[in-house]
Design a protein around this ligand. Structure first.
Ligand SMILES: [Fe+2]
Length: 308
């Protein structure tokens, strides 16, 4: 019989598990939460407003309907960086989630702990004007505009909690890398079919202009139906457009493929390293579009290759 985990505490890191050695800023407790959201100045609020306006030109017809609905319910376009207490109050009533401020990327096991308890850690800073188009670290715009609207959807909200809980088991089997790949290919860069049309639900795409059209219409990337086991074995790109996108039919399907099937049998069968290249299209895949990979092959970002 498998041992039950206590999700109310930060999971122990088994000695076998390696996590990135992030330096916790002085004064923060083990949960990495900042005591309060910081006060933003007028110039910073303006950056939010401009990023918001730019994304909203692209979202209709590209973002999935649950995302658009969530944006509206939380009124994230009311002006300026949203107040976490205010959105948390609204989310509480809908799905029991809240948004909590963190100074930077936090260690995986701490992140899982918050998700398992329906708390979404969001960056307590906003990008500068110089970083307007691209920022590597997730700031408040990526985290709140990209991730939070879908937390209003009960099924997706359930998936996020289940994902957090899956972290405990991944630690036990030392398969954090595989679980991160799943997060990447669903929560960050996932596509969903809506009335036979591809739409976005991944926050990494929704929070920036570069990938919206490329992911849905580009001829370079693969678009493959999500198979959780397959996605967990697949390498991914961190700071460029993806070579492969995984597609789901509904959030109910996503929830079913993960939580209801259970992660344990998958962890038990996975090798420590990724098995498939990010550009791979396999005979066993259900392929919607076999990518030419020309963007990737020409060198990607910085090479002058066109994102087609
Ligand atoms: Fe993110």
């Amino acid at each position: 019989m498998s041992r039950e985990f206590d999700y109310t505490r930060i999971p122990d890191l088994p000695a076998s598990v390696f996590v990135a050695p992030l330096q916790k800023p002085a004064g923060l407790a083990d949960d990495w939460l900042e005591p309060a959201q910081r006060e933003y100045g007028p110039a910073e609020h303006r950056i939010w407003d401009e990023l918001y306006a730019r994304q909203m030109q692209l979202m209709p017809g590209h973002a999935c309907r649950e995302f658009m609905h969530g944006l509206e319910r939380l009124n994230l376009g009311r002006g300026g960086v949203p107040d976490f207490n205010q959105i948390s109050e609204e989310l509480q009533g809908l799905t029991g989630w809240s948004v909590v401020p963190v100074p930077m990327l936090i260690p995986d096991h701490v992140f899982y702990y918050h998700l398992a308890n329906r708390r979404f850690p969001a960056g307590n800073f906003i990008r500068s004007r110089e970083q307007f188009d691209y920022i590597q670290e997730p700031d408040v715009f990526h985290d709140v505009f990209g991730h939070v609207p879908l937390l209003t959807d009960p099924v997706f909200a359930g998936y996020m909690e289940a994902y957090g809980r899956a972290g405990w088991k991944a630690l036990k089997y030392n398969r954090l890398k595989a679980l991160s790949a799943l997060y990447w290919y669903t929560v960050e860069f996932g596509l969903i079919l809506e009335d036979d049309q591809l739409r976005l639900y991944g926050a990494g795409i929704l929070s920036g202009p570069a990938e919206t059209v490329f992911s849905i219409e580009g001829r370079s990337p693969n678009r493959i139906h999500l198979n959780v086991d397959r996605a967990m074995r697949t390498d991914y790109t961190i700071s460029d457009l993806q070579a492969t996108y995984f597609v789901i039919e509904s959030f109910r399907e996503l929830f079913h493929l993960t939580e209801q099937r259970g992660f344990e049998p998958i962890y038990e069968s996975l090798a420590p390293a990724f098995q498939y290249a990010k550009t791979a299209a396999l005979d066993t895949d259900h392929i919607y579009h076999r990518g030419t990979q020309e963007y990737e092959l020409r060198g990607g970002r910085g090479s002058g290759a066109r994102p087609v």
